[in-house]
Design a protein. Structure first.
Ligand code: G3H
Ligand code: ZN
Length: 275
């Protein structure tokens, strides 16, 4: 069932769950994630990012992922992750994406609000949800990217000024961590949820320990973004398969085990998030 982000997150706070948003790059990982979600009867978000759309046009992702979502037995949202370019947002909306994230985290708050409102004006009339970011979640090993923890008052002001459907906040995570070493600032999270009712989103969640992932469901965290954990699982298993089967040159048999491992990993993360 294809749904937008607002519908995906409806009632999630009361259930004490958070919906996983997984970065996926093609049929193999997307179908593994949907299988995991169906096994747990959990809603799920398939996220396309800039790396993916540099490889394959966003229009093709729109066709593939919306078809898969429509066939799924659980609610599936098709989301454009970290868009900084409004033209890409327009292409995503035209391609059937049901949700977009406008990432103005590197801009001043005024510019971020102005651009987020522009995206909302494009998206909402077409029933497409919008996520934005206040503060800035950095990238492990990347220098020169502004990293700023979210100030509760700024989050409140941003949510009220824009009317955004979900808000990404920086509370101690970093994107692309290969180990679970993030130190989550639960006090900051509590202070943010104390001043706004907007559903909160945590990025860079591969770096969060299993224990802290489960703890997030006690707060108003509605969406938890996970990318690197699945990429590592797919890549590592594929490498093993290639080395263990030196005469195999067809990709489909080589993809089998990585798909199973991605499904298992996605399932584990969703269980930690309360499903
Ligand atoms: O937007 C994507 C996520 O924040 C994924 O982060 O790759 O560190 O899990 P991650
Ligand atoms: Zn992110």
């Amino acid at each position: 069932m294809l749904v937008n982000l607002k519908e995906t997150l409806k009632g999630i706070k009361e259930k004490k769950c958070a919906v996983a948003g997984f970065n996926v790059f093609g049929y193999e990982d997307a179908s593994a994630v949907i299988k995991a979600a169906e096994a747990l009867k959990a809603p799920v978000i398939l996220m396309t990012n800039k790396v993916a759309v540099a490889h394959m046009p966003i229009e093709y992702y729109g066709l593939l992922f919306t078809a898969m979502a429509k066939d799924a037995k659980v609610p599936v949202c098709i989301h454009l992750d970290h868009a900084t370019d409004i033209d890409l947002v327009k292409r995503a909306i035209d391609s059937g994406f049901t949700s977009v994230m406008y990432d103005g985290s590197q801009l001043s708050i005024e510019e971020n609000i102005k651009n987020t409102k522009k995206v909302i004006a494009l998206a909402h009339p077409l029933n497409v949800s919008v996520e934005a970011e206040i503060g800035a979640v950095g990238y492990s090993g990347v220098e020169g990217y502004k990293e700023v923890y979210t100030e509760p008052e700024e989050a409140k002001h941003f949510a009220e000024a824009t009317g955004v459907d979900a808000l990404a906040v920086a509370i101690g995570t970093l994107h692309r961590m290969e180990t679970q070493g993030a130190k989550i600032q639960f006090d900051r999270l509590k202070a943010i949820q104390g001043v706004t009712d907007v559903p909160l989103v945590i990025h860079g969640s591969t770096g969060i320990t299993d224990e802290d992932l489960s703890k997030l469901t006690n707060y108003h965290v509605a969406k938890v973004n996970i990318g690197t954990a699945l990429r590592m699982m797919f890549g590592k298993t594929l490498r093993e398969e290639i080395l263990n089967n030196p005469n195999e040159f067809d990709r489909i048999p080589l993809f089998k085990k990585p798909m199973i491992k991605v499904e298992e990993e996605a399932k584990k993360k969703m269980q930690l998030l309360g499903f």
